[in-house]
Design a protein around this ligand. Structure first.
Ligand code: HEM
Length: 155
């Protein structure tokens, strides 16, 4: 795959992931106040199931395309007789990107499962508590995503 195509896949997956978090956090969540609590939980159950499935694909594409680009540049440098050292912005992007993926793993595998179990058991308070934790960690990942984008474009 060409380098430009890899970068396009990388950035489009980032747009889906970070843009989706921004939409959920700033637009969908405040609008939930217009619904009754049981309806809020049902709506978020339907939304988050779909969104997290898309994030799983987006995160895999971000990681795969990112490492592929690093590998390409490293191979070209070595084939050209030179050596390869990770540029600072790539190191930061990879470290923070892996942190974002670990946080997403926690959201999807621990908090979201807790939320789904609460919805299935019609336990409103437990569902709202799990949702509040998901919101907090999505907020953290959104902030990290914005930092990574700033690093990628400015450093
Ligand atoms: C997790 C592993 C990641 C790796 C290995 C990685 C690696 C890379 C590489 C090698 C490039 C190409 C840079 C260039 O050609 O100058 C790139 C570009 C970019 N990455 Fe990542 N990345 C990762 C995660 C992320 C994440 C999580 C975000 C955002 C949330 C992100 C945002 C960007 C952006 C916006 C660009 C385009 C920069 C430009 O064209 O100047 N990356 N990434």
């Amino acid at each position: 795959m060409g380098y430009a195509l890899l970068k396009a896949v990388h950035v489009l997956a980032v747009v889906l992931w970070v843009g989706g978090m921004a939409f959920t956090h700033f637009f969908l969540r405040p609008a939930l106040a217009t619904l009754e609590p049981p309806q809020r939980l049902r709506l978020m159950h339907a939304v988050l199931g779909r969104f997290f499935a898309a994030v799983l694909v987006a995160a895999a594409l971000v990681l795969g395309s990112g490492l592929w680009m690093v590998g390409r540049v490293a191979r070209q440098a070595v084939q050209g007789g030179g050596s390869f050292a990770w540029p600072l912005d790539w190191v930061l992007m990879t470290a923070l990107g892996l942190l974002m993926m670990a946080i997403f793993g926690h959201i999807r595998l621990v908090l979201y499962r807790r939320f789904v179990a609460a919805v299935a058991g019609q336990d409103g308070p437990a569902g709202a508590a799990a949702l509040a934790q998901i919101r907090r960690w999505v907020g953290v990942n959104l902030a990290l995503g914005v930092v990574v984008i700033a690093v990628a474009l400015l450093v």
